[in-house]
Design a protein around this ligand. Sequence first.
Ligand SMILES: [Zn+2]
Length: 292
Amino acid sequence: MLDPDLINDLRNVRDVLVFTGAGISAESGIPTFRDRMTGLWVHTDPMEIATPMAFRRNPQRVWDWHVHLADAVRVALPNAGHLAIAKLEQRGVKVTVITQNIDNLHQRAGSRNVVELHGNLLRLKPFIDEDAAFAVKQPPVICPLCGGHAAWDTCDPCANHADLAAIQLCSGPVPHCPCCGSLLRPDIVWFGEMLAPEAIETAWNAVESCELLISVGASLEVEPAASLPWCALDKGAWVIEVNPSPTELARYCHASIAASAADVLPGLLDQVAIGSMLDDPLNTFKKWFIAK
Ligand SMILES: [Zn+2]
């Protein structure tokens, strides 16, 4: 499927960046965050409910919508694409996964170096009302447990991290931080919110150092993530797109494979970094040992 010269070059790659979008999650049965959900929530527009303003107005409704999404995430399993990416890392290759997905499937597949640009649905954080924070003259007191804006009159000094960690995104009333009483929300980037600066910085550093970038199931419509493959191209890295619906990138990258991640990644990633692994002294020793 690929140019033999390209395959030859991929063998010597040592630093790989895999950039993943909604397509690879959809292959595991997870609805796209921007798409409407089924059942109860079919008439709810995600762009109206996954926002700080919606949570401020009606936290319970926003919480319940995310619980429905979390139910889909919990029953989903990593697919052959997720597993192939994790296997590449387990072979000793430097692999950075930068994902727009919030479903934890890369970690469940075994990937350890994952940058979650849009956060993680199954992790919670305090809801910080930016409007209220700007309205008061005094800087807010920060809760030592959750990092939220604390209200000490309701604070419980006996609450500890285990109490906070035990709270999950499940049906029921919106939970509060056991220390300061802040409302808790999913630790994801809602519409109208900024990406975490640390995640963006890590992503750019990975683009700078990578020799190969593979863009998987990403529509490349949302900035700044959409620029990552283009910057990798600019700085001379190999760039491959794997997407059943190729994007504009397909015309400029080194290879565009119009197929699913689960179908393509196991075979493709088996070809990557084979040569560089042979240079590794430990692998040379293992080969020698097996030969004996
Ligand atoms: Zn707190």
